[in-house]
Write a protein that binds this ligand. Structure first.
Ligand SMILES: [Zn+2]
Length: 113
């Protein structure tokens, strides 16, 4: 017997499979753009209104509990942004798959979710 949770899990599995079929390059972490104020007192970034430096792209990721932050040049950003976005997409697809697989087991075992 196939439950609705199992059907949903099967569809989520297919989405992960289809995504990986494209052999995407994936990276951990996320990319944010930051505009900065510098230390020079007479710089335009201290004007009113301020003209901030940047925006600069900052890639942050965690490996084995350790946080890393890297500033990316425009060239590095062009190279790595698609991989960072693909990584995020894959994690979302995996989260969805785990969700339906877990629901399916919870119901099959009568653990009441
Ligand atoms: Zn400045």
């Amino acid at each position: 017997m196939t439950t609705r949770d199992e059907e949903r899990a099967a569809r989520a599995r297919a989405r992960v499979r289809d995504f990986l079929a494209g052999e995407p390059r994936v990276l951990a972490g996320s990319l944010v753009e930051r505009s900065m104020i510098c230390g020079k007192a007479n710089c335009r970034c201290h004007d009113e209104p301020p003209q901030l430096h940047g925006p600069y792209a900052q890639w942050s990721y965690t490996v084995a509990g350790k946080r890393f932050t890297r500033w990316l040049t425009p060239e590095q950003q062009r190279r790595y942004r698609p991989r960072i976005e693909a990584g995020k997409q894959l994690r979302e697809l995996m989260k969805e798959l785990e969700h339906y697989e877990t629901l399916s087991v919870e119901r099959a075992e009568g653990w009441g979710r």
